[in-house]
Design a protein around this ligand. Structure first.
Ligand code: DHB
Ligand code: FE
Length: 309
């Protein structure tokens, strides 16, 4: 191989091939590698710094925390902002705003009809019921919609990612009734924080940033003919409600809490004392394509990465 300057090297790296490969991957890699070459040159990155970063990336991958970093660096919200912009250009609006899925979704939670207990009867924390309806933009109930719901326990940990929780604890799928109604009982979740002593926390410490999210509950709402909605709601009063490390809180997604609700009518959820309730309706848009109505591609992606964390 001949002597090379930086420009010639980049040219070679992004052009040598023995087959056409994938044009999109080639274009993206050429751009990202070119940007990194430039960063290394302009910020005068030393060999030690470079190999330290490479080691950090390896440890990040091994730890299964790539999705934590993407959220904290704003990429997840960026994708939502771009999806909102695309909707605006296409004249699509209305309904419950989307909000990032986050890295902690697990497909295949137990399925119940109309109502469920997420806490499996062993929860710490305040008894919390969320209930409402899935509706179309026109106000029609969405019968037999599937609501996938998941959130953190009293220590801020999610099942499948945090020790001490049973599989699918605080995760359920609920099928709405003919009038689109759902309800579930759980424990009012606290906030979440990135795992300490981890590749993720190392980066955020170096950035002088905190890794806290305000208390939230995640949802994936799907029904035939309706656009799948990925969103989350926030519990009011949290210190981090306007300072989410994942930049994912949105207007219209902060629920109202009613405290001291009488237990009558909630016996089937094992409730016999006053509790905290929130009413929240999900309003979904019509699907423009069959793919939009089915989270199949999303579920396949989760399946492919099962066993992380
Ligand atoms: C992260 C954790 C969450 O619970 C969430 O909803 C979004 C992001 C994270 O650790 O990056
Ligand atoms: Fe979360």
């Amino acid at each position: 191989m001949s002597e090379l300057n930086q420009k010639q090297l980049l040219e070679l790296v992004t052009s040598v091939n023995v087959a056409p490969g994938n044009a999109r991957v080639r274009a993206l890699v050429a751009r990202v590698v070119g940007d990194l070459f430039k960063t290394i040159d302009e910020l005068d990155v030393s060999a030690d710094e470079f190999w330290k970063a490479a080691d950090w990336l390896s440890r990040l991958g091994t730890s299964g925390q790539v999705g934590l970093i993407t959220a904290g660096l704003g990429f997840d919200r960026l994708l939502d902002i771009r999806a909102d912009e695309a909707d605006e250009r296409a004249g699509r609006s209305g309904g419950t705003p989307r909000a990032i899925e986050g890295p902690l979704y697990v497909a295949g939670a137990p399925l119940s009809k109309v109502e469920a207990r997420l806490d499996e009867g062993n929860s710490a924390g305040e008894v919390f019921v969320m209930e409402g309806q899935v509706r179309t933009l026109a106000g029609q109930p969405v019968a037999h919609a599937l609501i996938d719901v998941w959130h953190a326990n009293s220590q801020g940990g999610y099942s499948h990612f945090f020790p001490g929780l049973k599989p699918y604890e605080l995760r359920r799928r609920i099928e709405t009734d003919a009038k689109g109604h759902y309800r579930f009982r759980t424990a009012l979740p606290p906030g979440y924080s990135i795992p300490p002593n981890s590749p993720t926390s190392e980066l955020f410490e170096a950035l002088g940033r905190h890794g806290h999210r305000p208390a939230h509950v995640h949802f994936l709402v799907a029904a035939p003919g309706q656009r799948t909605l990925t969103t989350q709601v926030n519990i009011p009063g949290d210190t981090y409600i306007d300072d989410d490390f994942a930049f994912a809180t949105r207007d219209g997604l902060i629920v109202e809490l009613e405290r001291g609700v009488a237990p009558a009518g909630y016996e089937s959820l094992g409730i016999s004392a006053p509790f905290v309730r929130s009413r929240f309706d999900f309003v979904t848009q019509p699907a423009a394509t069959a793919g939009e109505a089915s989270p199949a591609a999303r579920l396949a992606r989760v399946q492919a990465t099962a066993g992380r964390g």
